[in-house]
Design a binder for this molecule. Structure first.
Ligand code: GTP
Length: 359
């Protein structure tokens, strides 16, 4: 098969991950020690992709300084920016101007916030063999009521794109990785806001085109929420999903350059300790992402949380499922749980926030 080209959708605002995404777009957030996209780029490359076009919009200028022309990753990278966001379909159409593929060639399209262990090569082969217009990766989730679902017939043909409903007909959902036949991308209207999920795919089904489902049950995670983001990072560090981009061995934690973890601290569950960060004796950090230059003081407990660069968690503070913005200070005795977010630079005085379930 000739080299495969890909489009990476990275223009979303990542609203669910605020305040982390106020200064950094979601695909660049440090995940298991490297920008999130580095994992996707490495996986795409391992399946023979060599040319990737980034479809950028939100904070578009931040991508090229990180990934450059791609040569450091064994890839050729290009950047296509929408002046105003064009939605997923409009973004794919805009980025396709930089592709060299022939009209009948397959083009891989990836959402820039998905971790997936599925066999991209097999998805592409299936697409080509069945001569589909689009082949969608479908994953199975336990609770499909939170997603739109995608039923297929016994031959794998997608029969509908259904919105969220309390009684879904299948637990298969769109997993955010598509193979398009190039000419199908060219049929998306140019310069218009278009959603592939709401317009392009239902339109193709309506027109009788073959939209194929490629279903599997390998590792899959949409890192769009803080809880999912910390889980994705931890899973990579623990080795639950292999990534060629992991900057170290898999294990209970990953310590980046200059990090100091006291042997008398408990650090586990796939935690990343950012560069020059300090975890003091008696502190506990489990399944979390610590940015660079953080301090976790003695007796502090951080679980399933994100701590931004330069933040300080004081002695005895307890964090669970919390997001602490860059440079924030959590004073001792605070207890932050259940999705609490502390905005960058905020200083929480001692014992300012307690969590209690008995009111
Ligand atoms: P939320 O705001 O938290 O929902 O996140 P998001 O902005 O990333 O939206 P969503 O998860 O629905 O987006 C799916 C993928 O498409 C992500 O990889 C986004 O970066 C990307 N995306 C969404 N809208 C656009 C757009 O208008 N332009 C481009 N280039 N990419 C987009």
């Amino acid at each position: 098969m000739p080299d495969l080209e890909a489009i990476l959708l990275v223009g979303g605002q990542g609203t669910r991950l605020r305040p982390l995404t106020l200064g950094t777009p979601k695909p660049l957030l440090p995940t298991a020690g490297v920008p999130f996209l580095a994992h996707q780029l490495a996986r795409a490359r391992s399946f023979g992709v060599r040319h990737i076009v980034f479809a950028t919009s939100y904070k578009a200028s931040m991508f090229e300084p990180v990934f450059g022309d791609g040569s450091a990753f064994g890839l050729t990278l290009e950047y296509m920016t929408e002046e105003t966001p064009l939605g997923t379909g409009g973004a794919i159409r805009n980025a396709a101007q930089a592709l060299g593929s022939a009209p009948d060639a397959p083009v891989l399209v990836l959402n820039g916030d998905i971790l997936s262990g599925h066999d991209i090569g097999d998805q592409v082969r299936t697409h080509v063999e069945r001569q589909a217009a689009v082949t969608l990766h479908l994953t199975e989730v336990e609770d499909p009521t939170r997603f739109g679902c995608v039923p297929t017939d016994p031959s794998g043909r997608v029969t509908a794109f259904l919105e969220k409903t309390p009684n879904p007909v299948t637990n298969r959902i769109n997993a955010g990785c598509y193979v398009f036949t190039r000419s199908v991308i060219d049929s998306i209207p140019e310069g218009e806001v278009v959603s592939v999920e709401r317009q392009t795919f239902p339109g193709l089904i309506e027109a009788g085109e073959l939209v194929l489902g490629y279903a599997d049950r390998t590792y899959w995670l949409d890192v769009g929420t803080p809880a999912a983001f910390v889980r994705g990072s931890s899973d990579l560090v623990l080795g639950h999903l292999a990534s060629p981009a992991l900057p170290g061995a898999t294990g209970e934690y990953l310590a980046l350059e200059g990090a100091r973890v006291s042997p008398a601290a408990k650090v586990e569950g796939g935690t990343t300790v950012g560069a020059r960060s300090v975890v003091e004796p008696g502190a506990s950090v489990v399944g979390s992402v610590l940015g660079d230059d953080c301090v976790i003081m003695s007796g502090a407990s951080v679980t399933d949380s994100v701590v931004g660069d330069g933040a300080r968690i004081s002695a005895g503070a307890v964090l669970r499922d919390a997001v602490i913005g860059e440079g924030a200070v959590v004073g001792s005795g605070n207890e932050l749980q259940a999705g609490v977010r502390v905005w960058p630079g905020v200083e929480l005085p001692e014992c300012a926030v307690r969590f209690t379930s008995d009111v």
